[in-house]
Write a protein that binds this ligand. Structure first.
Ligand code: ADE
Length: 226
């Protein structure tokens, strides 16, 4: 999969993809991430990218021309499965949406900044809008990094043990239960007996039950549609 990210602050996206699982995914050739600086498409001598909003009000808005140039320039080289705008006024990213996007070949992500982007870009070029939660960040860059991380680890072959992504929280609509590793007893804190029993069926029943208990306690809303 190839991801192209358009941003006003490319520096913010320098670090997140250069470590751990996403770094390995890129080294294995399974994932390509390119960050494009919107200022390169700015207008005039000062590469202007934003302006005051019509009708008045605080906050600058990213102008239509630089975004149009950036998006259509990228489109000249490949077809995109989706052109995604990260914004708080959008449906919240879910695991099932991440699963779907992880099967794409080419994804473009547009990061907003300041007050937002000119609505005409959203109306005419953006094909999907996503929020990462009900809070406002200073720009879409960290949201884009969250989306890229969520989809990158799902690309077939990226995780060494592919089955582990399937047991993540939300993957079957509930939270994951507790996990333990060695030692079996630390101080007087013991790992639940069932996990060291070697009894596969009992272990999987226990895990399922613990998932439901945790979900009921922390996110009962997830069980409402069951
Ligand atoms: N940009 C600013 N806040 C955001 C959010 N919560 N999700 C996605 N993009 C954003």
């Amino acid at each position: 999969m190839r991801v192209d990210i358009i941003t006003v602050v490319p520096e913010l996206l320098k670090g997140p993809f250069d470590h751990s699982i996403l770094k390995r995914a890129q080294e294995k050739g399974l994932f390509e991430i390119y960050v494009h600086d919107l200022k390169k498409f700015g207008i005039g001598k000062f590469n202007q990218i934003d302006d005051y909003q019509y009708g008045g009000g605080a906050g600058m808005v990213l102008r239509v021309e630089p975004l149009f140039q950036a998006i259509t320039t990228l489109q000249q080289h490949r077809d995109y499965d989706d052109i995604i705008f990260m914004t708080p006024d959008a449906p919240v990213l879910t695991q099932s949406e991440a699963n779907k996007i992880s099967l794409y070949e080419n994804v473009m992500i547009v990061c907003g900044h300041y007050k937002g982007i000119d609505q005409r870009i959203r109306d005419h070029l953006i094909t999907k809008e996503l929020s990462i939660g009900d809070y406002v960040l200073s720009g879409g860059e960290l949201a884009a990094a969250v989306l890229v991380d969520a989809i990158g680890r799902l690309i077939p072959g990226v995780l060494n043990d592919g089955s582990s992504a399937l047991t993540d929280s939300f993957q079957d609509g509930v939270l994951s239960g507790p996990v333990y590793t060695r030692p079996a007893i630390f101080n007087d804190w013991a790992v639940p007996d069932v996990l060291v029993s070697g009894h596969e069926k009992k272990i999987s029943d226990w895990r399922h039950e613990q998932s439901l208990i945790r979900t009921q306690n922390i996110r009962p809303d997830l069980l409402e549609n069951e």
